[in-house]
Design a protein around this ligand. Structure first.
Ligand code: NAG
Ligand code: NAG
Length: 184
């Protein structure tokens, strides 16, 4: 067993202070949070109160198999469960923004929307901004999260969309979104 001299004690305690400072700096750098959100997005085209409207198109859009050039504006409800009509599917927010049929030869939407969280969500008043390609016929589509507000300030990340149901006759769609975020 060795006994430390007073001077080696002083050296080791100043080393400890430096180490503590480094640890604190590392801790504040990694104070960034990770959040995973999951909800269902409802694009309602039919019925008395559609949540999406086609607002523009090109002269050639109607002749295009992929509706190239069509522009839609949405205010789509986001719910906890997949069934919009069910009372167990609490509305947690809205997807407000637009999508554009941007694929000339394949079905591909450009999504530009904010997920605006409301009463019923733990993130009431906060939002997440999403921009990205949505090849709607694919099983999984990935889009970028480019920012956020409120609880999601400085957010970045990605989301994955999976079609839950699609009615080809009405155009109504329900899509599961999983959002993976890093933020302050
Ligand atoms: C495309 O089709 C829609 C629906 O049939 C019609 O209202 C619209 O006028 C057409 N647009 C053009 C540019 O022909
Ligand atoms: C949700 O946010 C709105 C405004 O951002 C506020 O008026 C409302 O009281 C909030 N609701 C809850 C339950 O905190």
């Amino acid at each position: 067993m060795t006994t430390a001299s007073p001077s080696s004690c002083a050296v080791s305690s100043s080393l400890a202070v430096v180490l503590l400072a480094l640890l604190l700096a590392a801790a504040s750098a990694s104070a960034e949070k990770e959040t995973h959100l999951r909800f269902y997005w409802h694009d309602v085209m039919s019925g008395p109160s559609p949540t999406v409207a086609r607002v523009a198109e090109a002269a050639t859009t109607n002749a295009s198999a992929t509706s190239f050039g069509a522009v839609y504006v949405m205010d789509d409800p986001l719910t906890e469960g997949p069934d919009l009509a069910s009372s167990s599917s609490k509305v947690v927010g809205r997807a407000q923004g637009m999508y554009v049929c941007a694929g000339k030869d394949s079905l591909s939407l450009l999504m530009a929307m904010t997920f605006v969280f409301q009463d019923g969500s733990a993130y009431n008043g906060s939002s997440v901004a999403v921009v990205g390609p949505n090849q709607a016929a694919m099983a999984v589509r990935e889009m970028a999260v480019v920012g956020g507000t409120g609880a999601f300030r400085f957010a970045r990340g990605y989301c994955q969309a999976r079609t839950y149901s699609f009615d080809a006759k009405t155009g109504d769609a329900t899509v599961e979104y999983n959002v993976y975020l890093r933020h302050n």
